[in-house]
Design a protein around this ligand. Sequence first.
Ligand SMILES: [Zn+2]
Length: 250
Amino acid sequence: MPTYVTDGVILRRVDYGEADRILTVLTRDHGKIGVIARGVRKSGSRMAAHTDLFARSRMQLARGRGELDVLTQAETLGPHAPLGDARRAACASVCAELADRVLESNHPDEETFQLVADALADCTDDDRDPRAALVWLSRRMIDRLGYAPQLYRCASCSTILPQVSAWFSAVAGGLLCVGCAVADLGAVECSVRVIKVLRVAADGDAALYRRLRLDEAELVTLEMVAERELAQHLDRQLRSLPVLRAIERR
Ligand SMILES: [Zn+2]
């Protein structure tokens, strides 16, 4: 079987048969692919750690005859922190599920790979806020899906928004002025500061975004906005979101 080498992160995994695992891997060079890792649930398997959720490895894969390629070798890329923290693990799960849902198989895209790999790395990094990482990934993915929201003019009447709070409406596709906000009871009130964060994310300015310190109320608002948009644009809700909500409420 011909083999190839690529970097990959594990988005999803299921146990299969006696000792195998089937993995959904986002790779740098081949996009999202299905992989079978044989024998990795046997004790002492050298490759077991590379099949952990959210692990990032350089993988050697053999082209399978069917849908799945076969993991033949792997080497860890960078530190792989264990996700003992429930909140971090829950955020990483939402990031991985979002990537899995949104990305088509076998469509390589370097920027998307980096975006997802960075978000998952931030979720395990004690110096990073995993919720801020999730908000960033959601914003960038919504943009990449072609649903970039209207953030400078009212999405309904097109007036330029003044420097005051506005209401985010996923149905209208962006911020609404005070006059139009009543039309969508599900619209989320956004402070001037939240609007600024949305605009920074829309500009794709990762360096500036990382410098912003988001407080609890801002994070909650940004999460609500992203959640409404994802509900609007994906046909099913992300399964891992209610888990994250339950952990946040504790
Ligand atoms: Zn308006």
